[in-house]
Structures are given as structure tokens and as C-alpha cells.
Design a protein around this ligand. Structure first.
Ligand code: AMP
Ligand code: ZN
Length: 111
């Protein structure tokens, strides 16, 4: 989608630090990390958030395998947090569906 920063990262127009990639997802380092490990799992197809998921996106469910793999690559399988800011009220800033994978330190309670 034009004007979407994550679409531009996925198609290589904007640079990023890649952690993992397969046919459905690109995983990159968050530019403003809140913990020693803070990765973003970007779905390669542009949809705004979970509210726009339909039966057409059955490949999206593979995100859970990707998250497990990322945790292994980042050596945080003993404990990590998966965050989805879904919609404006939840603080979603970039309207391209993505999951945060956060770890590498003891994490506090969720706000
Ligand atoms: P949110 O939409 O609130 O779930 O979070 C968007 C996340 O994208 C924030 O944690 C930002 O730090 C991160 N971010 C914004 N621009 C970039 C970028 N160019 N590369 C990597 N991460 C980014
Ligand atoms: Zn996009």
C-alpha cells in the first residue's frame, strides 16, 4: 500500500534490520526498542489490524510458528511477551498488522 512504512520496509524501499523472513512474514528489529530484544513480526500482506482478518488470510495463523522461531533465534524462549496494539485506542501507530516480540529482561506487569 502506498504511504505505508511497513509495506515500504517489506518491499525494500526503507531499510531495516532483518531477523527472519519467509513467504508470509518479515521480522525486523524495532527502531525504538523497549527491551534488549524487541522485534516486529510484519505480515507481508497489507491489512490494518486483526479486525480486517478474513478467511482469505489463513496463512496469518502461521505467525505463531514464526514467533516461536524468533524466540529461538533471539535466545529468549524461556520468557517473552507478544504484544498487539490493535487499533487507535490501544496505541496502534502503524496501520499495518504486526506483532511485537519483547524479551531479554525481566518484564513488568502489563499496563
Ligand atoms: P504500534 O503501531 O504502536 O504497535 O508500534 C509501531 C512500532 O513500530 C513502534 O514500536 C515503533 O518503534 C516501530 N517503528 C516505527 N518505524 C519503524 C522503522 N522504520 N523500523 C522499525 N521499527 C519501526
Ligand atoms: Zn502496509
Amino acid at each position: 500500500m502506498d504511504d505505508c512504512i511497513f509495506c515500504k520496509i517489506i518491499n525494500g524501499e526503507i531499510s531495516s534490520t532483518k531477523v527472519y523472513e519467509d513467504e508470509n512474514f518479515l521480522v525486523i528489529k524495532d527502531i525504538n526498542p523497549v527491551a534488549p530484544v524487541h522485534d516486529l513480526v510484519l505480515y507481508k500482506r497489507h491489512i490494518r489490524n486483526l479486525n480486517e482478518l478474513t478467511n482469505e488470510h489463513e496463512d496469518f495463523s502461521k505467525i505463531f510458528e514464526v514467533i516461536k522461531k524468533v524466540a529461538e533465534l533471539e535466545k529468549i524462549s524461556n520468557g517473552y511477551r507478544v504484544v498487539v496494539n490493535n487499533g487507535e485506542e490501544a496505541g496502534q501507530e502503524i496501520n499495518h498488522i504486526h506483532f511485537h516480540v519483547i524479551g531479554g529482561r525481566k518484564l513488568g506487569k502489563i499496563a
